[in-house]
Design a protein around this ligand. Sequence first.
Ligand code: ATP
Length: 238
Amino acid sequence: MLELAGVSAGYGRLVAIRDVSLEVPAGKVATVIGANGAGKTTLLRVISGLIPPRSGRLRLNGQDITGWPPERVVAAGVAHVPERRQLFGSMRVEDNLLLGAYLRLRRERRRAVEEDLERVYELFPRLRERRRQVAATLSGGEQQMLAIGRALMARPQVLLLDEPSLGLAPLLVRELFRVIRRLREEGYTVLLVEQNAHQALRVADVAYVMETGTITLRGSGPELLAKPEVQAAYLGGG
Ligand code: ATP
């Protein structure tokens, strides 16, 4: 579905990701775990077209999307939920969700968008309760759910999640990962980058470890969870 082959990218003279090859299979959750500064955010920015790759190729459903500008990548079905969520704080919850369907509203019937709104509210009942509230008044966890809900409103082919658990209380982290599990059950394709390695590896069908810009380990989530080197470096034990 989404494939990267030998992708490198950076900022000025800094090479932030180097020769990265990975696959996000259709209908699966793939995760990239790594420490702060490993290059995870850069990776997602390259996939979204926000940073051009210096080398390598990117493919989405077999189509070469290397070097495409962000608006074209979005139109092709990639939805990026950035670390800072980028909600419209002074707008109501429901209007933030409808904005996620903006590209579709121009070509699809309002009915289809309303059905999706209903689906997002089923996934996140709290958002339904708060749909008339302005986004800035939501808690951090609710804002994260809103950012994911807004991305789902675009009916993405691939959902990119940048550290969604960051800054959330443990209870909300568990709720978030329940939602990610549910997205997988519903057949969404997700690329999740996380510092919360334990939860991410438990939910992932395919997992990668990134260290200073390179992929150093790959396997299924459970395989990586069982590796002593992963346990020592990312799971606080051995
Ligand atoms: P974090 O968990 O902090 O988001 P990360 O794994 O996502 O970390 P990146 O944000 O991709 O890592 O950063 C990778 C490297 O690129 C780091 O060395 C970082 O300092 C550098 N970097 C990131 N953004 C920029 C930028 N806009 N300009 C210059 N260097 C940057």
